[in-house]
Write a new protein. Structure first.
Length: 119
């Protein structure tokens, strides 16, 4: 029964986290500000030792990449300095399994991608 409840909670979490699962968000309004063309691509996937995160963001003050485990815990967080870039993210310290890579703009999650670590 306990395993069943945990499975249901994981499913609910996954659905909520991926409610916005596109590569581009053409227009998002947050606190009166309009954000446009936020992009995130992750590769290779599945991941062995590291992956690349290509991103493109416009009209923002603060942006970061965050990697979450399936329990929602942040396991990696990286501030982004540029509006466009290609970040190499090492995951050799993480266990095999499913993770989520999110692009946060001004503390709002705008794009999330699944990554699978499989060594």
């Amino acid at each position: 029964m306990r395993k069943y409840i945990l499975s249901i909670l994981l499913l609910i979490f996954s659905v909520c986290l991926f409610a916005q699962n596109s590569e581009k968000a053409d227009s998002i309004t947050t606190n009166g500000n309009i954000l446009q063309k936020q992009e995130l691509k992750v590769y290779p996937n599945p991941v062995v030792e590291y992956f690349y995160a290509d991103y493109s963001i416009d009209f923002v003050k603060d942006a970061k990449l965050q990697i979450y485990n399936t329990l929602g815990r942040i396991v990696i967080s990286k501030d982004l300095e540029d509006k466009q870039g290609n970040e190499k993210i090492y995951v050799s310290d993480l266990e095999n399994g499913l993770y989520f890579c999110s692009l946060l703009v001004d503390d709002n999650r705008v794009v999330t991608k699944k990554i699978l670590i499989n060594r």
